[in-house]
Design a protein. Sequence first.
Lengths: 464, 528
Amino acid sequence: MTKKKIVYPFIPNSVPEVKEQMLREAGATSVEEFYADVPKDLRLRKQMNLPAPFLSEYALRRHVEGLLRKNRTTQQCLNFLGAGCYQHHVPAVCDEVNQRGEFLTAYAGEPYDDHGRFQALFEYCSMMGELLEMDVVNVPTYDGFQASATALRMACRITGRTRVLLAATLGRDKLSKIRDYLKPEIEITFVEHDPKTSGTKLEHLEKLLTDDVAAIYFENPSYLGYLETQGAEIAELAHKQGALSVVSVDPISLGVINPPVRYGADLVCGDIQPLGMHMQFGGGHAGFIASADEEKFVMQYPSRLFGIAPTRLPGEYGFGDVAYERTSFAKREEGNEWVGTAAALWGISAGVYLALMGPQGMKEIGEGILLRSRYARQEIGKVRGVRTDLFTAPHFKEFVVNFDGSGKKVADINAALLERDIFGGKDLSREFSWLGESALYCVTEVHTREDIDRLVSALEEVLA
Amino acid sequence: MKNITAERFTNGKPNLRRFHQARWDEPVIFELGQPGQRGILVPEVEDEIKSQVGDALAGIPDALRRKSPPRLPEMSQPAVLRHYDHLSQENLGVDFNIDIGQGTCTMKYSPKVNDQLARMPEMTELHPLQDESTVQGILEIMYRFEQILKEISGLDRFTLQPGAGSAAIYTNVSIIRAYHESRGESHQRDEIITTIFSHPSDAACAKVAGYKVITLYPDADGYPDLEALKAAVSQRTAALLITNPEDTGIFNPKIAAFTRIVHEAGGLCSYDQANANGILGITRAREAGFDLCHFNLHKTFSTPHGCGGPAVGATGVTQELAGFLPVPLVNFDGQRYFLNYDLPKSIGKIRPFYGVAPVVLKAYAWVMALGAAGLREVAEVAVLNNNYLMKKVTAIRGASAPYAPGKRRVEQVRYSWQKLYEETGVHSEELGIRAADFGVHYWTSHHPFVVPEPCTLEPTESYSKEELDEYADILEHVAEEAYTDPDLVKSAPHNSTVHTIDPHPFDDPQQWAITWRAYLRKTGHKQR
């Protein structure tokens, strides 16, 4: 490296003459004066040991592109992984909107600076409200895990109870998050599932449901992909004991599948990544929580809630924070949990997605996913040594494929598929050891018949 | 032709911009479109599939079938785009203004090349559960970035999993809890200490994790109060969560004594590095005695704020605490990068998968464009900008910088307009709304307002001297208006997208409307 003075493009005042002038005007002789409060023994005496920089934009781009090109993408390979992160088509307009500097680089301005952000997020919440048929939806939290964990804490605050019941088929990662987040005062008990259907075992639920239970939580579809068909019965049992029904749902299913409020859910939550976010190695997640418009629910949200209101000009829409005093911004530890930066841009993108899709698009995509995934389940089930009928409940876009009959391990099968440029389903053999050598396959609207047939022939080859 | 340029100056100084925010008078999206219009078509299902599996809903019980379609807008694609483009223009990002008015938020420039790199399919089209051999590039970036953070902080291991600053604070508290549990002290240690000039989430996250929160107020000079800390620390202390410099911009010179006192009582010390921008390469968490820390990549490390996320709160710990970090960590065995789940004491998962990888990628690229000397330059220029601006702002009638008289500030300054308020009756918040008429942000402070009539400015390294002058000129102009024509300020905004909003519905359960459907119900308005 040469020692010459660098003027950094991102640092306008790195021009030496400007610095000197500013120092003079600030009444200082050196920047060292500004650090007078930093004790000498806390000062870093040498330059940090960091890699040499790529000072030109071209060199930087080459370096980072070189690293990224070591990856193989789901465009280069045929992907059947889901398990919480989903490959759906991302409409071009979603990307077009979320890369606009006005949205991308804004943050926390007031409604008079950032009217557009308030309206776009109000509209996102409103469109989610239509999809869910619920009147209250929050500005996004980090992800579906956080939405679930917070919904459970909300249920405890609403009911004044400290025990929750969770469906036993929850993914282990989400369960880990929920366990950590409900500590220390909230107790978790699991409700057994029916080994045939995969749905909740109602007798067991009834036994566990005592008057100290705040909520019963289940997913629809479940982590394993199956639909819970007894939502109404579950809610009825819960309500009888004064508990809430908390349901996590895949929003992209709701053009064809009934929203949980129709089977008695009180709090609905989930992840909007399927609605217009690229997978991004798990970087596209954002969580929603929804409820009825009752004060006892609204006052327990930790997140920001944006509302609509009139302005001084007749016919003009204004927006602002609803019930701000419930938040940690207003009351620090006396607020509900906390609020902060989370995933607002993905909320705006999901709004764009829902506006593009409209009611017809949501219906068609739901039907298309059901048809393709059912076709895949049928065809894969025909491969020798493979079962896709472990559970009898209907599935949405994911289903369990069991390879016990083939005598082969999922890990080996997936390695062989990878040689054929196919990413096989998520290996469940450690997460759910009672399912044996099983994998969770995901099929969406991005898969053509040819893609599915290619997977089936590859499996036939690999298992032959 | 007459000299237009000359009329843009008064006494050699540029006049303030005659700004007006974009104003499209945009309808709410549900008022747009027509029944039957489509924004996008979805891939059709092949006939062979249909004939093989029959009706899409076959097998779905009637009770689970949606009977009435969601009342989503029905719009053409250009209409959707135009609507969102209008809304975007009614928004003010860093790309558009001298964004130094949201102090503590580090609103710096986000280099465009980094956004472009993060939009490459080799980033966007990766499933997190792909075989490790197919994601070596992104794992290498995460690994390399962790090494960078280790050097910047002096701590030993980082997780990139938490989704923003507050999630990182919570992660640290969860690690603290697990640490005390592992020593059998979790019941005894039920208190966490923080300061009022640390972010509200330091207090709030501690509470969520089950701790009693003790909040220290500053001493008369605005420094965190060492005597108050001594009085608060006991065998019940689980940890200290503290920012430095605090949101006042004042660096706590006794920080090593703070961490020592907490350590002596058996507690841990966690460093909220939200305000790290001005001290990169100057001073580190390790030397100050911290056990844990976190950096906001969307602040210090330049990744765009996205209207409030996605983001990353990179969380670092000493070797002693590394075993408690969330799983998985990214390891390197000399040949391959891999995800390490083998942490028996781990607190588990904080979020799905491994964090917001494209944000990590952008932060990595930012550091790699600057290097060690560049990061030092970032810190020094940010601090120079701040002290230069402080000189200008404190010269404005009615403004002051409370505490530590005669002392410099680091990354930001919490100013007070108390004198202006007493003399004019105009509140700080009202000055901020009037400032929006000139195309800039302005923020008061977190609550409670310990500094009366507060205003927090953080110039970062991203703005030129001329831009700082322009911002100070706007403040000076607005302050003068408060003295000469207070009603003009109090009736602002005048040049915004919207006029003064009626705040009453927001706190009235009968009136508040958090969705359009609730609005229709509460106003009795019928859609079309």
